[in-house]
Structure formats: C-alpha cells, structure tokens
Design a binder for this molecule. Structure first.
Ligand code: SAM
Length: 394
C-alpha cells in the first residue's frame, strides 16, 4: 500500500487531499496536518465589535463569567480563548450515531439536536448515552432529553445534552455579549483577512461573497460605520443570516443584495470600488474540526475555475491603486497560489506584500512571489488552514 492510501484509509481523508499534502509538506507533516484538521483549532478567537465595546470591557465580562481569555498581542480587536481537551470520553451508555456535522459540534461540547441523529438504540428520557460518528469514533457522552421515538420522528430540539466531550470551548453563542452584538465568533486568520484589506473611512467596498457577514461586519467596524459596503451573496438563506448579523452588530453602512456576483460587472459596468474582498466558495479542506473529507481532484479543479470568475470581475471593478483581498479556507495550491498566479499573469494585477503579517509564506513552487502571500497552517498556527493574498492594479 502506498503512503497516500495508508494515510487516506487511516484518517478518512481523500487521496486527492493526502497526495497534495504530501507533495507540499512531505509525509510526516502531511500526517500531522491531517491529525490537526480532525480536531478543533487550538486557538479559538473572538472578534470584539469595537463599534459597541472595548476589548478590555469584553475581557472583563469574560472574566466575570469565569471564561479564560487573553487579548491578541498585536490585533487589538481579537481575543483568544482556551480550547480545553482532549478529554477521555468513556463511552458508557446507549449508542446514538450522529451525522458528521453534528459530531464535529458535539465533540466541542455542543448539545446534539434531533436533526443530527442518524441511528440510535431504544432510549428513554434521562438515559445516559454515547454519541458516535458513523465510523465508531466516540465524540461525547450525554443525557437523553427525548426518547428514541421522538428523535426519529424529527421532533425539533435537543435530543442529547452533552455532559462530557473530547474538547470543550466556551459556549459564547448563548452569551449576553453575543446577543447584544458585542462579539463575533471568527477564526484568527479570518479576522486578519479584513485587516489586510485596510479599508478606510468613507470608502466604497465590495464584498463579493459576503454571507454570513463575518468579513463584511468587520470591514464596517474598521470603517467606523462610514462609507458604503456592497455585500453580495447568491444564497437567500445565507444573506438572511448576514442581515441578522448586520443588525445584531449595529452596522449601518452595508447594502446587502442577493446576486450572482460573477455578473456584477455586466449588470453595473460603471461601479468602481476602492477595495474588494473575494472570499469565494472553496473546498473548505482547512475548516476544522473535520472528521473526514472526501474532496476529489475534480471538485478541487472546478472550484478553482469558479473562484477565478470572481477574481476576473473584481479586477474589472477595482479602481486603479485599489486593493483586492482574496482568501480561502482551504489548502490546495489550485485554489490558492495558482489562482493568484492567474491574477498576475492574466488579469494584470500586482501582489501587495503581506510578509510582515502573521502567518507563513505561500507555496513558492506554485507562485514565485509566494512569500508575499500568507498561509495559516493547522500544525504551526493552531488555526484552520487559511490562505490570504492582497492584490492591486496600476
Ligand atoms: N465572506 C463570508 C464571511 O466572512 O462570513 C464567507 C463567505 S463563504 C466562504 C462563500 C459565500 O459565497 C457563500 O455564502 C456562498 O453563498 C457565496 N456564493 C457562492 N457562489 C456565489 C456567487 N456566484 N455569487 C455570490 N455569492 C456566491
């Protein structure tokens, strides 16, 4: 059995991913990266909504709730929280098998909702249960809050209250800080992506793939609610989420429109933006925790081609000397460095130098100036795998 197949079978990550990781980083590091991807980020970040509250005030409120948090040493609106674990989960109780998405949340301490259950033994309310993924990995133990019949009838609600999970992250989504719009839960590299766009007060910014609004709302915050941000997304449901986030965070300078943003320059040829953020759909291989990933070569190649369509439109709508930030939460060179090479060679854009920004350089075998781009590596930075590049035009 070759090394691709060994790692692929051992970790349930597709040969397309494993072969690329080995090519980029060698066998040993490839294995470490996959191990990391199967677990939550070690660095769990929260963005402070500086329009409403200071970082010190958020830190104080977290301390009052006994949540351990520290300010980021250089990024003033980022707070870092501790991810506890791994803990031993004994696996005593009746078996509940949950889907991948549910297991990835439950392994971090969330409760299991009935919609995430695939199969289960006969259980009654208050029975101790063990939550497993379809491959038999135990992610948590808990107490049944519904009986098996109600769960399989898909009665909405919490099916199992998690009492012991492999990892634990603070449940900030149910906090006052969150509901009052004082914080946004966002990975550290995602916070950095909006920072490197360097939006200025009163500018016109386009976010081509905006929902659920992590970067849009951050950009609005950096611009101190001045200027205009055109936030576009094709998905109605995700755009509704963006609008809820915009409202929750007290953002006033966002116009959100449901649109296939690849058509933007055709529909509105006169638009000219100071800055554009392109955070397109990607194969999301860098998102963690991910218990398994079946991405194929075909998906990687077609996603890369799709992403180029946004970049092409962004290059048309950018003012001379303006800035485009491109970011993905994946680690294939096709979707990252090769797409930037395309921007330089086919779209006449130039790379801005991010070498002083946190993170590591991109892959130089795919882009000669890769040192100007940033990669965040799960094994080195404790974050999801994220790529960021900043581009300009003359
Ligand atoms: N930037 C967002 C944030 O920080 O919260 C995350 C964006 S997510 C990676 C990619 C988004 O692109 C999805 O919300 C998806 O609906 C949207 N999308 C996919 N195809 C699109 C298209 N043709 N036009 C506009 N949006 C699109």
């Amino acid at each position: 059995m070759n090394e691709y197949n060994r790692l692929s079978n051992k970790y349930n990550y597709s040969p397309a991913i494993v072969s690329r990781l080995i090519e980029y980083f060698g066998e040993k590091r490839a294995e470490n990266i996959i191990k990391e991807l199967k677990t939550p980020s070690r660095v769990f970040a929260v963005r402070v909504n500086s329009l409403m509250i200071s970082t010190d005030q958020v830190l104080e409120e977290l301390e009052q709730s006994s949540i351990k948090a520290t300010p980021h040493p250089t990024i003033e609106d980022a707070i870092l929280l501790e991810v506890e674990g791994p803990f031993l989960v004994k696996g005593i109780g009746k078996k509940v098998i949950a889907d991948k998405f549910a297991c990835e949340s439950v392994m971090q301490g969330s409760d299991l909702y009935s919609s995430g259950v695939i199969k289960l033994e006969k259980i009654k309310v208050s029975d101790p249960v063990v939550i497993e993924d379809k491959n038999g990995l135990i992610v948590a133990e808990g107490i049944a809050k519904m009986n098996s019949k109600s769960i399989m009838q898909r009665i909405k609600g919490v099916a199992v209250q998690t009492t012991n999970s492999i990892y634990k992250i603070p449940d900030l989504k149910n906090s006052h800080l969150y509901s009052r719009g004082m914080i946004y839960l966002q990975s550290l590299p995602a916070i950095i992506a909006s920072k490197v766009l360097e939006p200025q007060p009163n500018e016109f910014v386009i976010d081509m793939c905006a929902a659920p609004g992590g970067k849009t709302t951050h950009i609005a915050q950096i611009m101190n609610n001045t200027g205009k941000i055109l936030a576009l997304d094709r998905s109605k449901k995700r755009l509704q989420k963006l609008r809820r986030n915009v409202k929750r965070l007290g953002i006033k300078n966002v116009i959100s429109i449901r649109l296939d943003s690849r058509l933007l320059s055709k529909k509105y040829p006169c638009l000219e933006a100071d800055r554009i953020i392109v955070d397109p759909p990607c194969t999301a291989i860098g998102v963690r925790p991910k218990l398994y990933d079946n991405s194929t070569d075909k998906e990687i190649i077609s996603t890369s081609a799709y992403q180029r369509q946004f970049l092409k439109v962004a290059a048309k709508l950018l003012k001379p000397s303006g800035t485009i930030v491109y970011s993905t939460c994946t680690l294939t060179a096709e979707e990252n460095e090769s797409n930037i090479k395309y921007c330089l060679e086919e779209l006449g854009l130039r790379l801005k130098d991010l070498s002083k920004t946190p993170g590591s350089p991109g892959l130089s075998s795919y882009l000669s100036d890769a040192k100007k781009t940033r990669r965040f590596h799960p094994d080195l930075h404790g974050t999801p795998a994220i790529f960021i590049a900043s581009l300009t035009k003359d």
